[in-house]
Design a binder for this molecule. Sequence first.
Ligand SMILES: [Zn+2]
Length: 421
Amino acid sequence: MRATTLLNQLLCLSKATVRDVEIADGRVWVGVRAQRRRMRCPYCCFTTVHRYDTRDVDSSWRHLDLGGRVCVLTLRRRRLRCPEHGVHAEAVDFARPGSGFTTDFEDLAVWLATKTDKSTVSVFCRITWRTVGAMCARVVADKLSPDRFTNLVDIGVDEISWRRHHKYLTLVSDHDTAKIVWGTEGKNAAALGTFFTDTLPEGVAERIEAVSMDLGPAYVKSVREHAPQATICFDPFHVVKLATAALDEVRRQAWQTARTLSDKQIAKTYKGARWALLKNPENLTAKQASTLKALKRQGGALGRAYELKEALRAVFAGDLDDEEVIAMLGRWCGWAQRCRIPAFVKVGKTIRKHLDGILAAISRGLANGRHEGLNNKVRLIIRRAYGFHTAQNALALILLSCGPVTLTLPYHIGPHPHSWQ
Ligand SMILES: [Zn+2]
């Protein structure tokens, strides 16, 4: 069998055939030629048989490794003139426009990026992490279905910090599917506004029945303006977060006070107790559990603060019916407002002010913990995207990992000749 015939069968390139092959600089260089006479614009479906000029563009794409070696496809592309997009080198079927990698290679790298950490992906694929970011943006543009908006009924809006609190992203999730359907830079009313004005298809905003969110004013304003019929719901998950933040404030104050005393060990205990206090008790390590026990024994404001946080968490644990939740929440607010810990007095007031929205979330069944699970997954993924160049690429990785997208590995697709399924 000739080497070119073998490679044609191995690579299975769409609309291209192998012309020659050589190994140089440790890489496998595969020269390919386009099979068709008509040229296609890379950015639309315009085709033509007329070349723009006689100049060829020498192009190359990194393909899946061959026998452990980096494999590069090379092709001399003709140039065409698209009435809409101007003069470009013709599109190829085996790579996305503007990419120096084949579609198969990008699909592999992006699939990995959604499953594992960045150094594994970089080392395994032999590419920089930033390159993966650009791939994510191309793959998401290719695979994310525009239909994901048509059946939206209950949605959730969240902000998340990207790159150590310097930048924020606003994310919209679909409560029915527990998937992220949209995101943008920023965390104000205008950021969410573009979802309603520029993204949603005609008529969808008017059909949205409920929007869950945190207790800040920005998203409320935007929903009131663009989807006034929607019920505003405050997610219990965000309510508990207020208590957790208040508890951390009390702990920091205790630590600051202890630091001014002579016994440095006490200060150290408070500093080290952060996770013991903030984690759910069922997730504590043995050491954290004993730290917590010691702090509770000491009592004082920190002990009371911890009990308040845990009591609030219990209200939303999911084992109470709506009426019990209402009653318990009222009691909790009374307790918080009498507790003489300023941070918790404030939380009590905030909860009372937002009571209608909190109860709406419970009665609509939006307080089911699924949202919290999705939120935790997003947090894990966003940390992976810190090294990306742009917020758009970080968003792309979130949508690929937590959105309505099915990623497939090359060769796993049904009719593919190498499929093993
Ligand atoms: Zn075009």
